[in-house]
Each structure stands twice: as structure tokens, then as C-alpha cells.
Ligand binder design. Sequence first.
Ligand code: GTP
Ligand code: MG
Length: 293
Amino acid sequence: MKKIALVGRTNVGKSTLLNNITKRNISAVTRKVNTTRRVIAEKIEINNDEWILFDTPGLLNKKNIMEKIIWANLKKTIDFVQLIWWVVDIEDFIGPEVKILKELLTESKLKIILVLNKIDRIKEIEIFKKLEEWNSFFSFAALVPISAKNKTNFKNLIRATEEECKNLKNEKVNLQKLQIFEEILVQEIIREQILNFTTNEVPYETGLVWIKFKKTKERKLVFLDLYVNRASQKQIIIGKNGDKIREICKNAESKLSKILKEKIVISLEVKVEKNWYKKKEIVRKLRLEIESF
Ligand SMILES: Nc1nc2c(ncn2[C@@H]2O[C@H](COP(=O)(O)OP(=O)(O)OP(=O)(O)O)[C@@H](O)[C@H]2O)c(=O)[nH]1
Ligand SMILES: [Mg+2]
């Protein structure tokens, strides 16, 4: 098995690429920044080879305990994998976040394939200019323009990756450890809906904690606590007569029921806890941390 990490600034389309190339809708995608908080792994079979793709968070801050854990997870993932897909938005300029990643990836000494995403948004002639720009910025093993959303040029990305994989050993991976646990999936998908239904700082100041589930023949009822930073945020999430929270749960339930192939019902309890993301005991409950691969 070959291990590949999708790395890149927030909002460039890493999760969209993982979902569309593996054909499983497991990684949360939104238009907002910092959607992904966890490293999510998924296997794909390519001809006679097996690849494990690791979707990573594009959040590169290290201000509080939660962000530090997310950053440490990114580093652990880069240490663990054998090849990198560095995903960039073709409309992006080479800014400070790109430089942070350049440093991190140079240190890793891994081969890096540049994935120039969102080519559907620009003219073809512009693509060449961008390729040249990135090519002079870093020494990539290959540069591949794609559209993750439209699934354009996946063949080229796969071909370039196969070429690099020839030089890599097949490594054993404990798949069970990497399986996307139901618990994580439920949290990620609810988070995706919170991001879709709230604005400003609200989605970033929420944290989901899995409490328990009750299973009957017809359905699985999942209980979670949702931490928010302020009482006003609780009001926003609940909405008028509970409209918003109901909508968030309904959407998450429908998506989860499809992925997990059983009827999922969500029960969310909103808890106000000032600066929860700075508190170790609460952040630990979110179970974001990768202990080992
Ligand atoms: N036009 C266009 N939009 C895309 C493409 N790929 C992704 N997007 C959009 O870009 C936004 C961000 O996509 P995500 O997949 O959530 O980005 P991400 O890199 O995982 O972001 P983080 O999880 O925050 O690191 C979403 O609105 C996607 O629909 C693409 O090829 N073309
Ligand atoms: Mg993501």
C-alpha cells in the first residue's frame, strides 16, 4: 500500500478531491475556511496498486490548544506518508501560508506532486502561466492541473502518481486503525452542516463531543454535546423555535444515513462554555488527536 497525503491551505479543495476521487462523500466540504479539523483516510485501488489518501486540515494557526493539536496531526501525517499531493487553488497567489507549507514539506524530503485545483474557474491560457509560476517556486515531481469539483484531469493526476509510486515500497497499514470511525464521521458531517448554516465566528467556536448512541431495529440514535463559546451563539444555533438546529440535524441525518446505510437520528445538546478551545479537558473530549497510525 502506498500512503499519500493531501496537503494545502484551507479552502483549496482537498476534501472535495478526496471525496470525488474515492467516490465516497466522507470528508466535509464547505465554502468556508477551516472546514476540516481531522485527518481522514480513505483507500482507493488503482490498477494493481492500493493507495491510502489522507485528507488533512488546511488550518495552519497554532494559537490555542485545539489548533496546536490540529497542527501536530498534520506533521504526524506528513511523517507517516510516502508522497504528497500539494493542493493549491489556481487563483491563489504564493502567500505566507504557502511559504509555511513549503518549509514543512521541504523538511519532509518527500516527493511532491503539485495539484493545481479549480481550473474550471480560469481560461486555459492562464493555466500555463500558473504552472510556470509554481514550477519556479518549488521543485515538484510533477504538476497537474485539475478540477476536483468537475472531476477533470483525474487521469493525469493518477498517472503522475503511479509514476512516483513505482519508486515507493508497499507498506503495511493498519486499515482498521485508519477506518473512518462512525464517531468521527458523525462529528465531521454535523460540523459541515453547522458551517453551512451559521456565519462569522460561530462555526469556528463550536466543538462536537460524541456522548453515546442507542440502537434499535429501525434506527440509531446518536447523542452529542455541542460546545459553543457564548450564550448568543447558542441562540443562533438553536434558531427561532429550534428551526436552525432542526435543519442542521435533518441534513446531517440524511447524509449520514446514506453513507452509513442505516437510519441515523441525531440528538444535540448545546452547551455554553467560555473559551472551551483553550481548555485541555474539553478539547480532549473532541478526540481530535492522532495517537499513532
Ligand atoms: N470551482 C471549483 N470549486 C471547487 C473545486 N474544488 C473545490 N471547490 C470548492 O472550494 C470550496 C472548498 O472546498 P473544500 O474541499 O472544503 O476545501 P479544503 O481544502 O478541504 O478546505 P479545509 O478543510 O478548510 O482545509 C468548496 O466550496 C468547494 O465546492 C473546483 O475544482 N472548482
Ligand atoms: Mg477539508
